[in-house]
Write a protein that binds this ligand. Structure first.
Ligand SMILES: [Cu+2]
Length: 113
C-alpha cells in the first residue's frame, strides 16, 4: 500500500468512528437527556425504583421517573458488573447512571436516601 492509500484509509476510519460516536450520543440524548447537554454533563443521575433483579442474566428492571423525553415507565437494563446488583433489593429507591454509548446499560447505582 502506498503512503497515500494508508492516509486515506485512516481518514476514512476516523470519519466512520466519528459518525458512530455521534449516533450513540444522539440515541442517549433522545432517551434520557434534553438536547444540547455536553457529554461531561452525562453524569447526571436518573431516579427510579428497583422492580426486579436477575443476577444470572445481569439484568435490572427499574421503574424510572419521568424524564424530559419520556414518561415514567419500567424498563429492563443490563449491567456490566453484577456486583452492582449485590447491594440492591426490590422496592428500593435508587439513583443510577447509564452508559453514554448505550442508554440501556447501567454503569452506576446508588441507593437513594
Ligand atoms: Cu424509559
Amino acid at each position: 500500500m502506498s503512503r497515500r492509500t494508508v492516509s486515506a484509509l485512516i481518514l476514512a476510519l476516523a470519519a466512520t468512528g466519528y459518525a458512530a460516536h455521534a449516533v450513540a450520543q444522539m440515541d442517549h440524548s433522545a432517551h434520557t437527556m434534553p438536547a444540547a447537554k455536553p457529554v461531561a454533563a452525562n453524569v447526571a443521575m436518573e431516579e427510579g425504583v428497583v422492580k426486579k433483579i436477575d443476577k444470572a442474566a445481569r439484568k435490572l428492571a427499574i421503574a424510572h421517573a419521568a424524564q424530559p423525553s419520556m414518561p415514567a415507565m419500567t424498563m429492563v437494563y443490563s449491567v456490566k458488573d453484577t456486583a452492582l446488583l449485590d447491594k440492591l433489593q426490590v422496592g428500593q429507591k435508587i439513583r443510577f447512571v447509564t452508559d453514554p454509548a448505550d442508554s440501556m446499560t447501567v454503569l452506576r447505582v446508588e441507593v437513594a436516601k
